[in-house]
Design a protein around this ligand. Sequence first.
Ligand SMILES: [Zn+2]
Length: 417
Amino acid sequence: MEKREALKRELLTQLYSLRTVDGHSHTYAPDVYYAREINLFNLQHYFQRDAAGLIGPWEMDAIEDPGECWRRLKTALESAGNTAYWRHQLLVYRKLFDFTDPELDDANWRRLDTDIRRKTSDPNWYDYVTRSVCNLEIQVRNVGWGEAWDRRYFAGVLRMENALRLDSAEGRTALEKRLDRPIDSLKAARAGLADLASAARSDGAVGLKLAHAYFRTLDSRPVTETRATRLFEKSLGPGPLDPAEARELQDHFIFYLAELCAELSLVFQIHTGVQTTWGAIPESDPLLLLPLLNRFRAVRFDLFHAGYPYARMLGMLGKHYPNAWLNLAWIYLVSPAASRQVLSEWLDLVPIHRLIGFGSDVHFPELIWGHLEMARDCVAEVLTDKVTQDYWSEGLARDAARKLFRENGLELYALKK
Ligand SMILES: [Zn+2]
């Protein structure tokens, strides 16, 4: 037992010392972060989703009286304070805001709120938390069309959901505005997307990203250019496309984006698993991506969120598809218990160079820290188990820690050290 604890402690120390590559980021840039006062009630992220069924939409910024905000939060905590989304918040308060009590309550919330307001308004705080506390090398961050990213903290990945809306006038207008030219044919649409992607590439972007499982199935099939041209023409003229036709045209663009990733050596990041409130969970099953992965064997697909709850399926996908990188983004704060199980199985199944061990998937640097804490603990725990139960050497465990948190990310996204 003592030997086990000593090994876990040693691995934890190693994980703290690694400058982590964050494989999936939505972190606010510093100017957005400092644009409003941050407090206990808006320094939040996913718990809002658990609370929605209890208190409705979060909307705490619209309430002036902090006491009223606390009454709402307390109502949510009485029934939802068990979820990992909330335990993650508490961890952040403990590590960064000197919070020492077991739970948030009537007697301590105001002190915590005051501390959050004070610390987060310090102009050096954002950088201090990101670089000194989290010890991040870089965050691979989602950027929208035309959005710049701060190179001190981020590498960009261009979001492409808009490419799946080109059957609508609004969708076409978005692309026309970006390029300042008409998108009046499938050919023009494809050329437009190619120009956007290659401009992003020249600007240093490392990949394209699709989160289409939020609004349609991940299941997509090849659709010929001839068929897609007819569909595009219908959407321009007599339109609108019926749902099956719209999906076919989207499928065509999904495959075309993979083609662009192949041509431009970009990583193709895809959201799988974990959805939001009322989300169509079965549509996010990563196994639905097999036709796409099969067709584009030279593209490096970076599949998110451990595919949870389809994590075991994603593990087998990773075993059989050498073009699939499995990314543990978001998963530690979804469920520490699931993370331990998933990581342990994946370490048996998948060549280690295709596992990305951390993706923060939150808006605030403080919440990255809490997520990192959960990730480090999980990884150290699982690697210790590998040594004590599953025939691993200590050297292999130390090597895996380095790869999961840093080296695999540097390699996949071709980032300079
Ligand atoms: Zn995300």
